[in-house]
Design a protein around this ligand. Structure first.
Ligand SMILES: Cc1cc2nc3c(=O)[nH]c(=O)nc-3n(C[C@H](O)[C@H](O)[C@H](O)COP(=O)(O)OP(=O)(O)OC[C@H]3O[C@@H](n4cnc5c(N)ncnc54)[C@H](O)[C@@H]3O)c2cc1C
Length: 485
C-alpha cells in the first residue's frame, strides 16, 4: 500500500459534534490543526454539494450512517462532516446543573459548564419554536398539557429548569439543521486542513510522540502530531484506542491485538436513555390537517416535550422525557401513526462496546444491556412515564383524532420487548479518578502522553438531556484545556 507521512501540531480524529467544536476553537486560537473525518466534507453552509436530506430538519436523515446493529436494534451514527449533528433531530438541551455537579470532576460542575453551554448555544444558533410554528398535532398537545395542569415553560434549554411541558428548543435555522460543521468549521476553514473520507485506524508511538495511521482512497496516511485528539464518537473512539493496544488486556488478546497499555475501562460504561413509544394510529381528520400543513411549509416531527418526575427519582428532579412525535412526510417510518415517547433520563444500566479484531473495517460489538440494572430502576421510570403519556393520549384534544394503539406496553414484559434507545449513547471512555476511568478531567488518556479524548464517550453519567449540546460543550471544554495548558 502506498504511504504518505505528514505532520501537524494537533490532529483531531472525527469531525462530529465535539470534534468540530474542538478543532474550530483550536484553529481560532492559532493552533495548526488537521482534522481527519471518515465521511465526506460537503463544504461550508451554502455550498451546493450538501445533500438536501442532511440540511432539512424536518425528519432524521439516514443516508450517511455507519450501519451499526446488534440483536433487534440499529445504532445510528453519522459518517459525514458534522457527525451526528448533521443527521440528528436538532433538539437542543443541556440537562440540569446537578447532572454536572454529580460528575465530581474539576472544571465540570454546573457553574463551570454554564458559560461553555452559552458558547455552544450561540454557535449552534439555538432557539425555541414559537407558538405560530407549531403544527396541528403539537398545538393540540400544548392545549392538552395546559388543561392537565402541567407547568408550561417557554425555555426548556436551561440548567436550572424544573419539570414542565413546552415547545422545544432547537438548532434549526429556517428549516435547516444547523450542524456543528457550519457552527465551528465555517469561520476557520481557511485556517485549518480537513482530510475527509479518511478513516483513522490506530495510533503508533515513537520517540517523537503519537502518530495516527489512517487510510484514504486505499492509501496509507500517517500523521505525526504533538497532540492527538480522538473525537470519533462513543462507538468509534474506544475502537481506535483498542486497535492501538490500549484497553482491557483480555479483550485485546481475544481480538488478536498486542497489549500496549492496560486500561480496563476502555469500551465499558456504555449507556443511553432507554425509551418506549406509546403509539396510536392517526385518524383521517388529523391526517388531512397534517397533509395540508406539510404542503404549505416546514412541519417537523418533534416540536413539544415534557420533563417529569417519576416516583423513583432519587433527588426529586425530573428524570423522564415525555414527547409526542408525529410524522408529516409519507416517507417517514412514523407515517400513519403518532407516538408519545417516554424516555428514562437517569439510566443505571451499563453495557459495552469493543472491537472484535484488528481490522478497522470490522464493526464493533455493541451490547447496551438496556433495562439490565438489578434494582429495576430504569424499568420503573418507564412504567411511571407511560402513565403520563396515557394521560396526554386520553385527553379529548388527542383522543378524538387518534385511533388504536399499535404496540402493547401493558406489562413489564411488553415494555422490555419494546424498549428502544434515544440515540444518546455516552460513556465508553469515561473521565474520572478511579481505576475504571479511561481519561482524566481534561480528557487525557491515562498513561498515554499526547493523546486526548473529546466527545460523548468522556461522559461518566449521562445528563438529563439530549446529548448534542453536551457533546459540543465537551469540545469547547477540551479546546479550552488544551490552549490553557
Ligand atoms: C438519529 C439521531 C438523532 C439524534 N437526535 C438528537 C437530538 O435531536 N438532539 C440531541 O441533542 N442529540 C441528538 N442525537 C445525539 C447527538 O447527535 C450525539 O450525542 C452527538 O452528536 C455525539 O457527538 P460526538 O462528537 O460524540 O460524536 P459524533 O457526532 O458521532 O462524531 C463522531 C465523528 O467521528 C467520525 N469517525 C468515527 N470513527 C472514525 C474514524 N475511525 N476515523 C475518522 N473519523 C471517524 C464519524 O464519522 C463522525 O463524524 C441524535 C443522534 C442520532 C444518531
Amino acid at each position: 500500500m502506498k504511504s504518505e507521512t505528514i505532520a501537524a501540531e494537533v490532529v483531531v480524529i472525527g469531525a462530529g459534534s465535539a470534534g468540530c467544536a474542538v478543532a474550530g476553537r483550536l484553529a481560532e486560537r492559532g493552533r495548526e490543526v488537521l482534522l481527519l473525518e471518515a465521511g465526506p466534507d460537503y463544504g461550508p453552509f451554502g455550498s451546493v454539494a450538501w445533500p438536501a436530506e442532511l440540511l432539512s430538519a424536518r425528519m432524521l436523515a439516514t443516508t450517511h450512517d455507519w450501519g451499526y446493529a446488534a440483536e433487534r436494534w440499529t445504532f445510528e451514527r453519522a459518517r459525514v462532516i458534522g457527525g451526528c449533528s448533521t443527521h440528528n433531530g436538532a433538539i437542543a438541551a443541556v440537562g440540569h446543573r446537578r447532572d454536572y455537579d454529580g460528575w465530581g470532576l474539576p472544571g465540570w460542575s454546573g457553574v463551570d459548564v454554564a458559560p461553555l453551554f452559552e458558547l455552544a448555544i450561540e454557535r449552534m444558533r439555538v432557539r425555541a419554536y414559537q407558538a405560530a410554528e407549531a403544527g396541528p398535532f403539537h398545538r393540540r398537545c400544548l392545549v392538552a398539557a395546559t388543561d392537565l395542569g402541567w407547568p408550561i415553560a417557554s425555555d426548556l434549554c436551561d440548567l436550572d429548569a424544573g419539570p414542565a411541558f413546552g415547545l422545544e428548543t432547537v438548532n434549526v435555522v429556517e428549516g435547516v439543521r444547523w450542524n456543528a460543521a457550519f457552527a465551528y468549521l465555517d469561520p476557520v476553514r481557511d485556517r485549518m486542513r480537513i482530510c475527509d473520507r479518511t478513516v483513522s485506524d490506530r495510533l503508533e508511538f515513537g520517540p517523537g510522540g503519537p502518530r495516527v495511521v489512517a487510510e484514504r482512497n486505499g492509501e496509507q496516511l500517517v500523521v505525526e502530531a504533538e497532540t492527538v485528539v480522538i473525537a470519533a464518537g462513543v462507538y468509534g473512539t474506544p475502537g481506535i484506542l483498542e486497535r492501538s493496544g490500549i484497553g482491557d488486556p483480555a479483550i485485546l488478546r481475544s481480538a488478536g491485538i498486542d497489549v500496549r497499555h492496560d486500561l480496563p475501562g476502555v469500551g465499558e460504561n456504555l449507556h443511553d436513555h432507554p425509551l418506549v413509544e406509546a403509539d396510536r394510529t392517526v385518524g383521517p381528520e388529523l391526517q388531512a390537517w397534517l397533509d395540508a400543513a406539510a404542503a404549505t411549509g416546514f412541519l417537523p416531527e418533534e416540536q413539544t416535550l415534557g420533563k417529569f418526575v417519576s416516583g423513583v427519582s432519587p433527588d426529586g428532579l425530573y428524570d423522564t422525557h415525555v414527547f409526542p412525535v408525529c410524522a408529516s412526510d409519507q416517507t417517514s417510518i412514523l407515517h400513519g401513526h403518532i407516538a408519545v415517547v417516554v424516555a428514562c433520563l437517569t439510566p443505571r444500566s451499563r453495557g459495552s462496546v469493543h472491537v472484535v479484531g484488528s481490522d478497522h473495517r470490522m464493526p464493533p460489538l455493541i451490547d447496551h444491556r438496556y433495562l439490565s440494572d438489578p434494582e429495576g430502576h430504569d424499568l420503573a421510570v418507564l412504567r411511571d412515564g407511560l402513565k403520563v403519556a396515557q394521560q396526554l393520549l386520553g385527553h379529548e384534544q388527542l383522543a378524538t383524532v387518534l385511533g388504536d394503539a399499535v404496540t402493547d406496553l401493558g406489562s413489564d414484559r411488553a415494555i422490555r420487548a419494546a424498549v428502544k434507545h434515544y440515540y444518546h449513547p455516552v460513556g465508553s471512555c469515561a473521565m474520572g479518578s478511579d481505576a475504571r476511568s479511561v481519561c482524566d478531567a481534561d480528557g487525557r488518556v491515562r498513561g498515554v502522553p499526547g493523546v486526548v479524548v473529546a466527545d460523548a464517550s468522556l461522559i461518566p453519567q449521562i445528563p438529563r438531556a439530549n446529548t448534542n449540546l453536551p457533546a459540543v460543550m465537551i469540545g469547547e471544554r477540551i479546546a479550552r484545556s488544551l490552549t490553557q495548558s
